[in-house]
Design a protein around this ligand. Structure first.
Ligand code: FES
Length: 221
C-alpha cells in the first residue's frame, strides 16, 4: 500500500520516471552580438576619411614639386648652396656630405707657378696614396708659405690652389670632382669613386668660373 509520503515524492522515496523528465533545466543562451559598425561610427569614419583626402590633395601637390630628386650622399650629385662657396682666394671649405674640398681660385699665377683663369674646383678628400682623408692645414708652414693640404698618414703635401702634389709618396695630385654652376648660383658637384685618377698637375686649369651654365672642363690627356 502506498504511503502519503510516497504519493508526495518525499524524502526516502524514489521519484517516478515521469516526474524526473518534467524537471525544467535552464539552457544557456549565447549573448546576442552587438553591431560593431554603428551609424555614428560610420559617419565619423566617412568624415575623417574625407578630411584626410582633402589634406593629401592640398599638401601633396606642393610637396611633390618641392621634393629634391636625384640628390644623394657621396657617390651621387651633391648640391652646394651659394652661401657655402668660399670667396676667391679664401681657404677651402669642406663639403662634408660630398667628401670634397671646395676651393675658389683667384685668376693669375698660383704660388706654385700654374696659370689659372680662376674659379671653382672640387677636390676629393681621399689621398691618392693609400686613401687617408686629407685635411686642409691653414697653419702649416711649408716652402715659405702657410696653408696646405697635408696628409697625416705619410705627409703627402698638396697646394691650396688646386691640390697639386709638391711632396710625399702620393702618385698624383688630389682628384677632381666635376662642378656645374646652376642658374640660381648653387653648384651641383658629381661625386664618387668613379673620379679617382682624375687628379693632375693641371688641376688649377680645370677651375670653373662661377657663372651659371659653366661646368668643369674635362681633364686634358
Ligand atoms: S695615405 Fe696620404 S700620404 Fe699616404
Amino acid at each position: 500500500m502506498e504511503t502519503d509520503a510516497a504519493k508526495a515524492g518525499g524524502v526516502g522515496t524514489p521519484a517516478s520516471p515521469a516526474r524526473a523528465l518534467a524537471v525544467d533545466t535552464p539552457i544557456a543562451k549565447p549573448v546576442p552580438k552587438r553591431s560593431v559598425l554603428t551609424r555614428r561610427l560610420f559617419l565619423l569614419g566617412g568624415f575623417w576619411s574625407g578630411l584626410g583626402l582633402v589634406v593629401v590633395a592640398l599638401v601633396g601637390s606642393p610637396l611633390n614639386f618641392m621634393w629634391i630628386r636625384n640628390l644623394r650622399g657621396f657617390g651621387g650629385p651633391i648640391a652646394v648652396t651659394p652661401d657655402r662657396i668660399p670667396e676667391p682666394g679664401a681657404d677651402p671649405k669642406k663639403i662634408v656630405e660630398g667628401k670634397f674640398w671646395l676651393i675658389n681660385l683667384e685668376a693669375g699665377t698660383t704660388p706654385n707657378g700654374e696659370e689659372t683663369a680662376g674659379g671653382l674646383l672640387a677636390l676629393y678628400q681621399k689621398c691618392p696614396h693609400l686613401g687617408c682623408t686629407v685635411p686642409f692645414n691653414a697653419g702649416f708652414d711649408f716652402q715659405g708659405r702657410k696653408g696646405w693640404f697635408r696628409c697625416p698618414c705619410h705627409n703627402s703635401t698638396y697646394t691650396k690652389e688646386g691640390g697639386v702634389l709638391v711632396f710625399g709618396p702620393a702618385p698624383r695630385p688630389m682628384d677632381v670632382f666635376p662642378i656645374e654652376v646652376n642658374e640660381d648660383g648653387s653648384l651641383t658637384v658629381s661625386t664618387g669613386r668613379d673620379f679617382e685618377g682624375t687628379g693632375s698637375p693641371a688641376n688649377p686649369t680645370r677651375a670653373v668660373l662661377n657663372e651659371p651654365g659653366n661646368t668643369t672642363p674635362e681633364a686634358s690627356a
